[in-house]
Each structure stands twice: as structure tokens, then as C-alpha cells.
Write a protein that binds this ligand. Structure first.
Ligand code: SF4
Length: 343
């Protein structure tokens, strides 16, 4: 019977509530707390309260548009869009009028941001072109999710109309992917240097990941000032080489969402989770990614017709959990204020 909360846990929760940064050792102590215990619900409750106070009950929705499908030669083990997975044989680029229609649909439904995702070898110039087009077609802030970039490319993103970039150092980076962790961190530094918001998630979490590997990425996000950094679980597409490890449950994701929320302290503007589900909305998460176009978790080219959750459903889940998607975004408020000063 887990009736008592360890004094050490209570001390860490009090510290987190007072916005004193949680140390690595304290984060590891939280990671040792099991599901279904009173202590675990205390962690979730504290994270929930912290987020509601800091984000003012705003439910955020950053609309993911996957611009293209390809058998990607980067062959990240967890991704369905790889050459090795063999699900997609042809390159597909969604037509510009389809992308504009998705963006307008997002805007009509009150999306707070548009995340444009590309596969590993998508031409950077093309991403800029899409950015410039959407900048004229919608007023929704643009976020790029693409390969590693240098300062010149970072400035080009800004000029094309992007205000932020999603870029995660993935769990198993360099082992399950061909990418260099340090290079990915250098890209995050580029965003900071040129003035792009950096968006992040600890991902893609599976049952095989050790607590210290997960905590490492939580601390990286806090240290580099991520605008948001919650938790996304790995989805095993049929035939995935990661299938043997299984997947974590939504409840386990909520436990990790809560711990990452406490680690992030007063740094973030929102706290994300993926795929959308309600458990994490009572554990500190307030940000969902509705999805259309390509997705590294799907066997369908357009995830809107597959696993992807639409924006109306995301907003309905948020309202049911008493987060209000109609409030103004906290993530992009600074950018909006800066733009107002400039004009
Ligand atoms: S995660 Fe990105 S870079 Fe890696 S295989 Fe998938 S599309 Fe390519």
C-alpha cells in the first residue's frame, strides 16, 4: 500500500513549486516514482498546478503539416518514412494549394502555430518558398521542422517568415539515427543566435530508454531555453524495428510529462505531449499537435486519413480538461509584441 509520500519527494515538489530549478539528482529521484502511487499523482498534481498558473489555462494547438513523403535515406529506426521501413516507395510532395488549404483550415479553427515538417533530404530552398507563401496566405506563426542548419540558413528562415524551429536531440541520437548529437545542439544554438524560438520535445520515448538518458534531454531543454519541451512517445508502425521494445502507455507518458514540467520550471511558454490524449492534460501538458500531411508515425501518406488527430478533436479534449484553446497563444506572444514594436 503506497499511502505515504516520501519526505524527499515532498521537498522536491515544494522546491519546484517555488520555481527553484530541480537538479539532475532530484529529477532522477522523481523518475524513480512508480505509476499508481500517491507520490506519482502528487508529481502530476504539482505539474498541473504549475502549468495552469504559468500558462493561464491556455490550451495551445500547433498544427503539424508534413510537407512531403519519401523513402528517407537517413533511416532513423523509429520512423515510418524511411527507405528501410519500405512503406513508401515513391516521393510525394503535397501540392502547394493543398498546403495552403491545410493552413487556412488551421487558421479558421484558431490554431496557434503552423509546424512545417520535412523529411531529411527535402530541399531547404523549397521550405523557404512554402514559408514565404504561407506568410502571405495566413497570419498563423510559422515553425520549421527540418534538418540541421547553419547561421545563414537560420537567417533565411527568419526572412521567409518563420518565427521558430522545432528541433529535438532524439533519444538514441547517433545510435538509432545517423545524426551527431553535438551537431544537433549546434543547430539549437543557431536558433538562439539568430532569434528563432526553439521548440522541443523529449522524444521518441520507449520502454527501453533509461531514466538518465531521458533526464539528460529534459535538462538540455531547460538549459537552452526551449519555448516548450514536453514528452512524445514512440509509436511503433507495423514492421518497425523497434517493435520488440513495445511502447509506453499514455499514463506513463503523463508521468514523464509531469516530471519534465517540473524540470522546465519557469522557462517554458507551453508544455507539449504527443500524440494527443487527456491524461497528460492533468499532468502539466497544455499543447497538442493536430496533424495533416506526412508523419513519421504513420503508414498512410496523409496522416489526416490515418493516425493524425484533427484540430477540432484536440480542442474538444482540451475543453473537456478545462484548458481554453480560444485564449491567445503564450508561445508566440513575445514575437507578436516585438512585431508590434517594429511596425
Ligand atoms: S526522422 Fe526524419 S531524417 Fe530520420 S528517417 Fe525519418 S524523415 Fe528521415
Amino acid at each position: 500500500m503506497n499511502s505515504k509520500i516520501d519526505r524527499r519527494i515532498t521537498e522536491i515538489l515544494n522546491k519546484a513549486e517555488d520555481r527553484v530549478p530541480v537538479s539532475r539528482e532530484e529529477a532522477m529521484t522523481l523518475m524513480g516514482v512508480q505509476l499508481h502511487t500517491r507520490a506519482c499523482y502528487a508529481i502530476m498534481e504539482t505539474a498541473n498546478r504549475l502549468s495552469r498558473a504559468q500558462f493561464g489555462n491556455k490550451g495551445e494547438n500547433h498544427y503539424h503539416i508534413g510537407l512531403n513523403v519519401e523513402p528517407c535515406p537517413m533511416d532513423c529506426l523509429f520512423c515510418s518514412l524511411t527507405r528501410k521501413a519500405g512503406i513508401f516507395k515513391e516521393k510525394i510532395e503535397f501540392p502547394l494549394d493543398q498546403i495552403v488549404a491545410w493552413a487556412k483550415q488551421a487558421e479558421q479553427h484558431g490554431a496557434d502555430g503552423l509546424n512545417l515538417m520535412t523529411t531529411g533530404t527535402y530541399p531547404f530552398a523549397r521550405l523557404l518558398e512554402v514559408g514565404r507563401l504561407l506568410k502571405t496566405e495566413t497570419a498563423v506563426p510559422l515553425v520549421a521542422n527540418t534538418r540541421d542548419i547553419n547561421h545563414r540558413e537560420g537567417e533565411a528562415l527568419l526572412e521567409a517568415g518563420f518565427v521558430g524551429a522545432y528541433h529535438a536531440v532524439r533519444l538514441g541520437e547517433g545510435r538509432d539515427t545517423p545524426f551527431d548529437r553535438e551537431k544537433r545542439i549546434r543547430t539549437i544554438q543557431v536558433f538562439r543566435d539568430v532569434g528563432l524560438l526553439w521548440m522541443n520535445c523529449v522524444e521518441p520515448v520507449g520502454p527501453e530508454h533509461a531514466a538518465d538518458e531521458i533526464v539528460d534531454l529534459m535538462l538540455l531543454a531547460r538549459d537552452f531555453g526551449a519555448a516548450y519541451s514536453g514528452v512524445m512517445r514512440r509509436i511503433n508502425f507495423p514492421g518497425s524495428p523497434m517493435e520488440r521494445f513495445g511502447m509506453i502507455s499514455e499514463l506513463e507518458m503523463a508521468r514523464l510529462v509531469a516530471i519534465s514540467r517540473l524540470v522546465m520550471g519557469d522557462v517554458p511558454k507551453a508544455h507539449c505531449t504527443h500524440e494527443p490524449h487527456t491524461a497528460s492534460l492533468m499532468a502539466g501538458a497544455n499543447l497538442f499537435f493536430p496533424e495533416v500531411g506526412s508523419s513519421p508515425r504513420d503508414g498512410r501518406a496523409d496522416t489526416e486519413k490515418g493516425r493524425g488527430t484533427g484540430i477540432e478533436r484536440c480542442q474538444r479534449m482540451q475543453r473537456e480538461m478545462e484548458w481554453d484553446p480560444s485564449l491567445p497563444s503564450n508561445c508566440f506572444e513575445m514575437k507578436a509584441a516585438n512585431a508590434a514594436v517594429v511596425t
